[in-house]
Design a binder for this molecule. Structure first.
Ligand SMILES: [Zn+2]
Ligand SMILES: [Zn+2]
Length: 319
């Protein structure tokens, strides 16, 4: 997270924790002790690779809530970091996409991610900022046919809204039951979130590699008890929080999204319950337009207390 506010969108910023020692949160943001480097081109997909993954790389392909534009600027249009946010999504280890909303392909073009390398999509829930049928089909159709269908994971009720195609293999996710994806153990946990008119259980995901663990926790408000009990003692290396509401007080969205006070409170409880390592990276996503100041102001305000606002192209490497 070094460099000025203006960034070339073709470069990814890397924020690393390695086995050589974890950079402190404040240092990562303020002193530049965590390193930024140019992203590597995405490697070939190795479909058969199921050995435990030593490293977790989380590439942010969207960090905004649903009130941002549904189009993301292309590579040739220079823009400030997070001047425009895309719909929230991350890519894990270059192959596993969590949520596939309306902007994800635009962002992939900006950051030179090849959709054909994606083997699995995990869905949190079916709100339109997280699920876009056209983009799912584009990713499914971009795969080499010889590699088999794209695997699409989600709550069984939510999967009914995913296109039926022989290029897509739907895999139901049961809350609290883990499944293997490319050497990663993934577990869907209950989110505190609701899709009006749907019986689906909204999910957040626990991502576990051989050495590192992270929780991708959007969209959700205060964590349900069952989720807390599942992550207790997990000693997470990173948590990615829904931070929709900012500092807003009296905002009724706190019943389905977090404000910053809730995040601060939960972080303390999670560290005390050994769910979160004391030096874990606390990353904020699903940031609403107009409920937060501009990104550079947000960083200056939050980095000193160890909260890292994410932006498109930010890559967190836990290794
Ligand atoms: Zn959302
Ligand atoms: Zn939602």
């Amino acid at each position: 997270m070094t460099g000025g506010n203006k960034s070339n969108p073709s470069r990814r910023d890397f924020l690393a924790i390695t086995s050589m020692g974890a950079a402190s949160l404040a240092a990562a943001g303020l002193s530049g002790s965590a390193h930024a480097q140019e992203g590597k081109p995405q490697g070939e997909s190795k479909e058969a690779d199921s050995s435990p993954s030593k490293q977790l790389e989380l590439l942010f392909l969207g960090t905004g809530a649903a009130n941002w534009p549904r189009k993301y600027p292309f590579k040739d249009k220079k823009h400030s970091r997070a001047e425009v946010r895309a719909m929230s999504s991350i890519l894990v280890n270059g192959k596993v996409l969590i949520d596939c909303g309306p902007t994800v392909l635009d962002v992939m073009k900006c950051y030179e991610v090849n959709p054909a390398g994606i083997t699995d999509i995990l869905l949190t829930h079916t709100h339109s900022d997280h699920l876009h049928s056209g983009n799912i089909m584009t990713i499914a159709n971009s795969r080499d046919a010889g590699l088999g269908p794209l695997k699409f994971w989600g709550d069984p009720e939510a999967l009914k809204k995913v296109p039926d195609s022989d290029r897509i293999e739907k895999r139901p996710v049961e809350v609290g039951k883990s499944f293997q994806v490319h050497g990663l153990e993934m577990t869907g946990l209950a989110a505190n979130h609701h899709v009006h008119g749907s019986k689906e259980q909204c999910l957040i995901y626990l991502i576990e590699g051989a050495k590192r663990r992270a929780l991708y926790a959007t969209d959700t408000a205060w964590l349900p008890t069952s989720t807390w009990l599942h992550i207790k003692n997990k000693k997470l290396d990173a948590i990615i929080w829904d931070a929709t509401v900012g500092e807003g007080k009296g905002d009724s969205r706190v019943f389905s999204h977090n404000d910053l006070a809730m995040i601060r409170h939960m972080n303390q409880s999670l560290v005390k319950g050994k769910a979160l390592k004391p030096d874990a990276k606390i990353i904020l996503t699903h940031i609403a337009d107009r409920l937060h100041p501009p990104h550079d102001v947000l960083e200056k305000k939050l980095l000193p207390e160890g909260l890292i606002p994410a932006y498109e192209g930010m890559s967190v490497v836990l290794g």
